[in-house]
Design a protein around this ligand. Structure first.
Ligand code: FMN
Length: 410
């Protein structure tokens, strides 16, 4: 164990001080049946808080109904504030801070759940949902920015210490930023200046609603992960703009769910596991046929975003949260020594919610094997590691072994 490790020292994000340098990354739990928090969500986040994390992030809460893409996704509205308050109280009791990721799925929404045809920066067809998409009108864009502010006010009422605005991964803000999904001819499209306009409007509303006591993090892409998307030079200008707009910290990520999904997480998507849990027969059949081509493997390696993230460390002064492939104590210490104030982890804390405490006790590496079963399952059931599933069907266990074997040969 490194003697002068920063890992268990406190650090600040705007008005908030965390007890250590770890954050549970926003990772969709799929535990909000009826779009409200459930006991399962409560138990998972309390276990991460009890497991030593500095701050845990409730994932993927939509600011409006038309931003939902999953049945078990949170939708921010006054009725759920008391349940969220119970959750933040429990997290605080364990000594951790609580954050909530706020976003809108845009063209990844589903009309059955969202209540209307999915909206985005521009009209089109999204093969990944799959759905027709309607471009937003100017007055809808203005109202949407205000909805982000409203969601921040609800988060404060519910006792959160921080909000994380989702501006990456190809969701609504990212759909405005990326030339791949933004073909507008008005003041919201074309130049980067114009493509950032919606993000700027959102940030004005968010910072005003956050006031002086709520920390504001923004998850932003360093690259969209495919030719024709945002590349690092533009992404650095976006990061600098977010800093100028008052964001207290940036979570540096990458990828685009409707074009380069595995760029976010790396590794292979276990397609058999994914389709096994899917209910609609046509979706199951479709994903079985074309899943491998639509979700191509990108090899996993530890700290896979680090090279790009270093360039952002030079470009902005605000605290940076490194996320992507943090599995060992040694790498975590290295990343903190490079000037990143925090490390965020998703899969490590799905496999071991108490990984932070275990590191304190000397664990060097978490047991997550990055076969992405948790993601494949999350689409239809909930976010659980395959190691915690009793009686995993043989064919799924075989697929997992095959992925592990292919990984070990790389
Ligand atoms: C099951 C699962 C669900 C995820 N859902 C979200 C999400 O809702 N919002 C988000 O910004 N990122 C999401 N991610 C991405 C993670 O936050 C993180 O950026 C990525 O997994 C890389 O970190 P890791 O290597 O520590 O897992 C998800 C990841 C996983 C594994």
């Amino acid at each position: 164990m490194k003697q002068d490790s920063k890992l268990f020292t406190p650090a600040t994000i705007g008005p908030l001080t965390l007890r250590n340098r770890t954050i549970r990354a926003a990772a969709f739990e799929s535990m909000c049946d009826g779009n409200v928090p459930t006991q399962k969500l409560f138990d998972y986040h309390t276990s991460v808080a009890a497991g030593g994390i500095g701050m845990t992030t409730i994932a993927y809460a939509s600011v409006t109904r038309n931003g939902l893409s999953f049945e078990k996704q949170l939708w921010m509205r006054p009725e759920i504030v008391p349940a969220l308050r119970r959750l933040t109280d429990a997290i605080h009791k364990e000594g951790a801070a609580a954050s909530i990721q706020l976003g809108h799925c845009g063209n990844m929404s589903h009309s059955r759940i969202a209540g209307e045809r999915p909206i985005s920066a521009s009209s089109g067809f999204n093969l990944y949902s799959p759905t027709l998409v309607r471009g937003m009108r100017t007055e809808e864009i203005e109202a949407m920015a205000r909805s982000f502010g409203d969601a921040v006010r609800l988060a404060r009422e519910a006792g959160f210490d921080a909000v994380e605005i989702h501006a990456g991964h190809g969701y609504l803000i990212s759909q405005f930023l990326s030339p791949y999904t933004n073909h507008r001819k008005d003041q919201y499209g074309g130049s980067l200046e114009n493509r950032m306009r919606f993000m700027r409007m959102v940030m004005h509303e968010v910072m005003e609603a956050a006031g002086n006591d709520l920390a504001v993090l923004v998850k932003t892409n360093m690259r969209d992960g495919f030719r024709g998307g945002i590349e690092i030079d533009e992404a650095m200008l976006i990061a600098q703009e977010l800093e100028r707009l008052g964001a207290h910290a940036l979570v540096l990520s990458g990828g685009f769910v409707s074009r380069a999904p595995m760029y976010v997480m790396r590794g292979a998507m276990p397609i058999k596991c994914m389709t096994y849990y899917m209910k609609p027969w046509w979706l199951r059949w479709g994903v079985r046929m074309v899943g491998r081509f639509m979700i191509p493997t990108i090899p996993f390696r530890e700290a896979y975003f680090l090279e790009d993230a270093r360039r952002f460390r030079q470009a902005v002064k605000i605290p940076l949260v490194y996320v992507g492939g943090m599995v060992s104590r040694q790498k975590i210490d290295e990343v903190l020594d490079e000037g990143f104030e925090f490390v965020a982890m998703a899969r490590a804390l799905v496999a071991e919610p108490d990984f932070v405490n275990r590191m304190r006790e000397g664990e060097e590496r978490c047991s997550c094997d990055h076969v992405n079963y948790c993601i494949a399952r999350m689409y239809s059931v909930d976010m659980v590691c395959h190691k915690c599933v009793k009686d995993l069907p043989c064919k799924l266990a075989r697929e997992i072994e095959k992925i592990k074997c292919a990984d070990s040969k790389r």
